[in-house]
Design a protein around this ligand. Structure first.
Ligand code: N01
Length: 552
């Protein structure tokens, strides 16, 4: 607790469940758990709903999952009423959608905004969690639902002198509300992942000069964004239920191939890549079914993209610096952009290759690399997140025997099914490590988690059970399975944020589950159907007078 909060406890309350975070996951959790009749308290650090879509207001921010797929599937009237304007929705439109959902289902009612959860402590005598916030709230709850997001802790690079910069600096993941005018400005962007790739062309179109500081070039597939055509929308809406059902097995629909890349000749392979490149989007990486699995097959796709870069970028030296060569295509999250490579043909854009000239310091006047100072008025850090574990580590979460989650996960996250972690009863994690999470359409993933948790809490109530907790052996087996599945793929061949490689000192563990959401969903359902196999059920709810027990 902050000193101010320590001085005064603002409010004390008791409820069935605390929900941390009011992005897509937290809002759906509130909706679903409210339907069960549970009393709830939600906390959100931002002033409003939206999660990553609240904070990622940087220029060019849009989703790379098609808008007809990137929306909730739990309400047919909602999905029939809402209309998207583009193939890939912009951040502002997605945020409007989330706000619409919050209003339509009256979801803000239980949520305290501008309030950050600082600690959650499990009390073994009562089997209750005590949750504390930076505003001095203390809430006692049977269940804690962590919907704090896998990509919500923006990571500024650890560069000396960062605070000395005389101009303005911003992180793409914590973008200010008021628009920033780049006209006449010398702007620097550090980072060329999905966020940087989206921001570069938009900033370059306005700024006097843009300097892009690139440490690792990424593979960028053109989005080919366009207005959503009414026929596509009509077709989707005519069978939305069917589409959603199929999405539950695959996450996002792509044109999945059943052929390995080397099973066809070079001309046919090239034609297939070309067709998908023209169509745009992540569909490109599904041209063959072994792009993520086989190094030789992957190299054919990587070669295709590198040839495109060399064809688009006029200066051969710049083109070469933009060509990714140190990791397989897709092993770092594939980027989807609009005119990204074309932007480097503009006279007002400079690419700085940090492999040639590493950043030494940020100075009051700009960025100093091994080759001199780049003078700047404004600096944008598109440097990513402390992914998957960052938001949980920031909260002082203590389970049995006072064990801190951060301490338990010191060598890497350990979960059973990505949903719970042993020693922390009744604490659920939505789209955390050990679940498909960031590897699938996030909304499909979080709906599956929320629905599983809702079913679980309903079952516990029916049985008069007070606690559910992952068994240590089940957790060990699951972590081993998650690692074994990752090791079969090329994902582990890149120093990516999936592995925590972007955060100095973070253990290198491949965190999301690559086994596919259909398979994962079946496993979760089987576990529940078998009486929550691998979980320990404990306590007798009938002894208690908590709201949960009262209704049991
Ligand atoms: O972050 P990133 P992001 N000095 O971690 C560089 C989702 N997303 O915000 O690769 C210099 O991918 C770093 O370099 P390197 C999506 O899942 C989706 O772009 O570590 N550079 C890298 O280039 C995505 O994957 C959408 O060598 C430094 C960049 O900063 C995830 O969010 C849009 C550095 C960080 O890239 C994160 O994307 C946006 C340093 N000290 C985001 N530290 C869409 O739906 C880091 N970098 C389209």
């Amino acid at each position: 607790m902050t000193p101010a909060a320590q001085a005064e406890t603002k409010s004390r309350a008791t409820c069935d469940a605390v929900v941390v975070g009011a992005g897509f996951a937290g809002l759906y959790a509130i909706h679903r758990l409210r339907e069960l009749g549970l009393s709830l308290r939600g906390f959100e650090a931002a002033p409003d709903v939206g999660g990553v879509w609240f904070w990622n207001r940087y220029p060019g921010a849009r989703c790379d999952v098609e808008s007809m797929q990137y929306s909730y599937g739990f309400s047919d009237p909602l999905q029939q009423d809402w209309g998207w304007s583009e193939r890939f929705a912009q951040q502002a439109e997605i945020l409007s959608y989330i706000r619409h959902v919050a209003e339509r289902f009256d979801l803000r009612r239980e949520i305290a905004f501008d309030t950050r959860v600082e600690a959650a402590t499990f009390d073994e005598a009562s089997n209750l969690w005590e949750v504390r916030t930076d505003r001095g709230d203390i809430v006692t709850a049977r269940f804690c639902i962590m919907a704090s997001g896998p990509l919500s802790i923006a990571k500024l690079p650890e560069i000396p002198g960062i605070g000395s910069f005389a101009g303005r600096f911003v992180h793409t993941g914590a973008w200010p509300d008021a628009p920033i005018d780049f006209a006449g400005q010398r702007v620097g962007i550090v980072g060329t992942g999905s966020s940087g790739v989206q921001a570069v062309p938009v900033v370059a179109a306005q700024a006097k000069h843009l300097t892009v500081f690139q440490r690792t070039p990424n593979f960028v597939i053109p989005a080919r964004n366009r207005p959503l055509d009414p026929e596509t929308e009509r077709n989707w809406k005519a069978d939305y239920a069917g589409h959603r059902e199929r999405a539950r097995q695959v996450g996002t629909f792509y044109e999945f191939s059943d052929r390995p890349a080397m099973s066809v000749g070079p001309q046919e392979r090239e034609a297939e890549y070309e067709r998908r490149w023209r169509e745009g989007g992540v569909n490109f990486v599904h041209a063959f079914n072994d792009i993520y699995l086989d190094a030789q097959s992957n190299e054919t796709a990587a070669d295709f993209v590198r040839a495109k870069i060399r064809g688009i970028v006029a200066d051969p030296a710049v083109a070469e610096r933009l060509c990714p060569k140190d990791h397989p295509l897709g092993a770092k999250r594939i980027c989807v952009g609009s005119d990204y490579y074309e932007t480097f043909n503009q006279a007002n854009v400079t690419l700085v290759d940090l492999k040639d000239e590493p950043i030494e310091a940020v100075t009051p006047a700009g960025v100093r690399t091994g080759r001199g100072e780049h003078a700047l008025d404004m600096l944008i850090f598109a440097t990513g997140y402390d992914a998957l574990t960052g938001a949980l580590a920031r909260i002082d979460i203590r389970g049995r025997d006072g064990l801190a989650l951060a301490e338990k996960w010191d060598g890497g996250p350990q979960t059973y099914l990505g949903l719970m972690t042993a020693g922390f009863p009744n604490l659920f994690i939505i789209t955390g490590p050990g679940s498909p999470s960031v590897l699938v359409n996030m909304i499909v993933g979080l709906e599956q988690h929320v629905e599983w948790i809702a079913r679980c809490l309903s079952d516990l109530r029916t049985r008069g059970v007070e606690t559910i907790e992952a068994e240590r052996q089940a957790e060990r087996d699951w972590v081993a399975h998650v690692n074994a599945e990752a090791d079969k793929t090329l994902f582990v061949k890149a120093a990516s944020w999936y592995l925590g490689a972007n955060v100095p000192g973070k253990p290198r563990v491949f965190m999301p589950y690559v086994g596919g959401i259909g398979r994962y969903r079946r496993k979760c359902d089987e576990v529940a159907a078998a009486g929550y196999e691998g979980f320990m059920l404990g306590g007798d709810a009938s002894r208690r007078t908590s709201p949960v027990a009262a209704r049991a």
